[in-house]
Write a protein that binds this ligand. Structure first.
Ligand SMILES: *Cc1c(COP(=O)(O)O)cnc(C)c1O
Length: 381
């Protein structure tokens, strides 16, 4: 078998990106909130049913807007998983919030909804969930707990674009959702993101926060005759060239998801025998979750073998990665947050996980190569 080079990720282009960028260029539309931004907003609102979608320059920015919309103040606690990307926590810490880290479920690696209620204190202001690998958290239970305690739910749906839970689209189930269009996600614009808001009053404030704290959006719609400073805000909107690129991707979003699912399913079928032999554990997708194949990961029974497997694959040209260093054990997490109880599932699974290449254009023959080499490494003792 000849050696290959298989990248961990490779950005997929639909072919229309340069055409739409050229159109913006020719029309002299460079600043944000132009025609392509509007098309992207409409697409997200129509496909998710959210009240208002607003493009941002990243998912991180959308999460920062969420913390501002919720008026998070110093000392306010936000319940969240420790097994997530740093932005889920950092957005709230920027406003003085304190992340309270809860353990994850064995099966989906999402926040364990059974542990949330016990983590609520008089200082709790919000519950922030993250849909890992585009597989939904147990949202009905989470919303029930949140409603009972009068707490808003923020969905970090960075990985969840086009994915569903009981037919509802991720990002539009809780009060506020955040999408990422970073180059490593399914639908991309280099850097990019979106904020999804469920409530019309909050939607009006979101427009103001995103436009430097002014009512410029209402001015552009002709609703006011001048725009002025209304409240604290910043500049969270992307330029029109980014939106033009993104529109080419959103048009193809369902096809991108379908292609990724084919690759995901192929891995899953091939690894069934590995799982039976106790070599690895495959991802679990509950029946009510329509996932988007954002990720294919495996869990090793012995985490001590992980580096050896990663190095072994690298030696035959296959790039694989792991994540996350749990936030409650990271320097930032120790400084700014606190764990709620033992986070033993987080500690164990985060050390056992390996992510495999999954991107549109990865061929069946590439996959066979990865699976074969992985099999040899896992069987080696
Ligand atoms: C990628 C990611 C982010 C950050 O997205 P950006 O658009 O790069 O800011 C946040 N949360 C999660 C869970 C992510 O996977």
């Amino acid at each position: 078998m000849t050696n290959r080079k298989i990248a961990f990720n490779w950005p997929y282009m639909t072919g229309k990106e340069m055409q739409y960028i050229a159109q913006s260029h020719a029309d002299g539309r460079l600043a944000g909130d132009g025609p392509f931004t509007k098309l992207c907003h409409q697409w997200i609102e129509r496909s998710t049913g959210c009240c208002k979608a607003l493009l941002t320059h990243s998912c991180t920015a959308a999460l920062e807007m969420a913390a501002m919309l919720l008026d998070i103040r110093p000392g306010d606690e936000i319940i969240m998983p420790s097994y997530t990307f740093v932005s889920t926590a950092n957005a709230f810490v920027l406003r003085g919030g304190v992340p309270v880290f809860v353990d994850i479920r064995e099966d989906t690696l999402n926040i364990d909804e059974r542990l949330i209620e016990a983590a609520i204190t008089p200082r709790t202001r919000a519950i922030a969930v993250m849909h890992y690998a585009g597989v939904s958290c147990e949202m009905d239970t989470i919303l029930q707990i949140a409603r009972a305690h009068g707490l808003p739910v923020i969905e970090d749906a960075a990985q969840g674009v086009t994915a569903t839970y009981k037919g509802r689209t991720l990002g539009a189930i809780g009060d506020i959702g955040a999408y990422s269009f970073h180059e490593t996600k399914n639908v991309i614009s280099g850097e990019g993101g979106a904020l999804l808001v469920a409530d019309p009053k909050m939607a009006r404030r979101a427009e103001i926060i995103r436009e430097k704290g002014t009512d410029r959006s209402r001015f552009f719609r002709g609703e006011v005759d001048k725009y002025t400073w209304q409240e604290v805000g910043s500049s969270f909107l992307p330029g029109e060239l980014t939106a033009a690129f993104l529109w080419a991707q959103l048009e193809e979003a369902d096809r991108i998801t379908a292609s990724r699912l084919e690759i995901w399913d192929r891995y899953h079928t091939q690894f069934a025998a590995f799982e039976r032999d106790g070599l690895l554990r495959r991802p679990v997708v509950p029946a009510e979750c329509g996932h988007n194949a954002h990720m294919y990961y495996i869990l090793l029974p012995q985490h001590q073998k992980r580096q050896e497997v990663i190095d072994g694959l690298k030696a035959v040209g296959v790039s694989v990665v792991f994540h996350y260093v749990p936030l409650h054990t990271s320097p930032g997490g120790l400084k700014y947050g606190r764990p709620h109880g033992q986070l033993s599932v987080t500690d164990r699974q985060s050390q056992s996980l390996i992510r495999l290449p999954i991107w549109v254009g990865l061929t069946p023959s590439d996959q066979d190569y990865i699976v074969e080499h992985l099999g040899m490494l896992l069987r080696k003792n």
